[in-house]
Every structure is written in C-alpha cells, then in structure tokens.
Design a protein around this ligand. Sequence first.
Ligand code: CA
Length: 299
Amino acid sequence: MNSPKMAVRIFMVSMLFAFLLISSVEGKDLTQSDYEEYISNFVGAASYQLPEPVSTLSSLIMSAPNLTMGALRNWAYNNMLSTTRNLMDADQSGNKEQIDHYNDQLDRWQAVYSCLNGDCGHMQQLEGGAGAGLASGEQGTTAPATAAAIGSLVANGTSYQKGALLIGPISIPANWTDPQDIIFLDQGRPYIVVGEGTCSLWDSPPEPDGVDSCFVYAKWRIGDVPQVWGQLELVDPSFHLSDLIEKNTGKPAEYNPSHVYAAVVFGEGKMLKARVYDGGGYSDNYGELRISVYQAISG
Ligand SMILES: [Ca+2]
C-alpha cells in the first residue's frame, strides 16, 4: 500500500540527497561507478529496490526532475545491457535456472526503463504484485511515445498494437560506423521498432538534413520525389527498417513527412543493434536518427 504522504516524504528526502549529490558531481566526467553511487544514494532514501511488492520507486521516478531522470535512464540502460549479457551467457551454457533469473531481472530493468520514459504501467504492475496481468502479456497503458501515434501494424497476416515501451528513443548518431547495442530480443517474440528523426549524409549540403530512417528527401540530391534509401539499419535481425516495412505489408514503405516509421520485428534471441547506413562514408555525416522498441501485442 503506497501512501501518498509517504511518497511525498520519500520524494522530499530524495530531492535533498539529489541536490547534495548533484552539487558534488557537477562538472565531473561521470564514470559508471559515479552514476551507481549517485543513484544508489539517491534511491537509498526511498529504501531502494527493483520493483517488488511493495515499493514507491515508481512514484519517485514519476516525480523526479530531468537531471535525475537522465542519470536514472543511464543507470537503468547500463543495467539492462549487463543483464542482457548475463542472459546471453546463461543461454550459451543452457543453465535454465540462470536463464529464468536473468529473464526476470531483464523484465524488471525494462520496467524501470519504460517508467523512466513515461510509461510506468508495467512497473506498477510489478510493484503491485499483479502477477496474473503480467502472465497474459497484456498492458493496460500505452507509452506516450515521442513518435507520432502508430496505428496497428500487420506482419505475417497478424495485426499488432504497440504495448509498453521497452527502450528508447535511443540516439543513433549518423557518423557512427558501428552498429550500437539497443536491446535483447527474445527468440521468435514480436516487437515494434520505431525509427524517427532526420540526419544528413553529406558535408554542407544546400539544404539541412535530407534523409530519415527510410527515405532520402533532399531535393538537391533526388528531385521532388523522396526515394527509399533505408538509412536505419538493424542488425540481429538484420534488415533495413524500410525493407522490414515492405516485408510486413507486402508493399514498399510510404514516405512520411513527419519522418516516423514503424515495423514489426521478430526477435532472434540476440542483442538488436542499429546504425545509420551510409554507403558513401561516415566522416561527413551529422545529426542522428532515433530508435525505440515496444512490445507488440497481437489482436
Ligand atoms: Ca556520408
């Protein structure tokens, strides 16, 4: 039972801790252990625990200021990555107990990360111990995506709706050549991947940006009609987002002037990675695309 008074008291104490800690870390190039210390002190005031019945971490996160949210996101993201690595090791060794343990941990970290991105539904379910609701895979809430509202998507003849935000939006700088780790995708499970934003593949083009996750629309380069170039490239499963859209729907991706695209992807039991694809060299690129991954709920 979370009493609002208790949550407020914890929040106030946490803000004091946060203020002291921010004063002590400002101006430093933070290392992972700085973040961990910062966060553990911060949430220590709230008797920190991963969402287990019963805690008030979700109320704390929902009330926290941007600086703290940024630090918390970094912390949760790094823990998701390390848990994913542990899960992959456990998968390799075939130790079922460890696989279950790390799957459970990953689910909890993803709940924390989703909550930090504005969707605390899953975390509140965990904190409330609503096990039955979780088992069905149903989500009562849909994340307030930075991406525009995406209607239902069809893949393999099945219709999918966006469920909880699992991760994102993650920045994919256009001048990074190597695919960046995004999130571990369970084998055979459907997810919705959203690509958004615009970037440039050229040094000093006559117009800003010019490409998005799927299309080139730079008039100086291709004229008035945008063309599919497939800049957002996924690895494991390995598709350009534009190809995935075509595979889902059986027809080419359609240009979206707001530069938001979504597709259903099926996990391969591997870490999904992504980069901006540029066949012409990365050193002159600027800007970034952004990627988010949601649960995909069929029906
Ligand atoms: Ca380039």
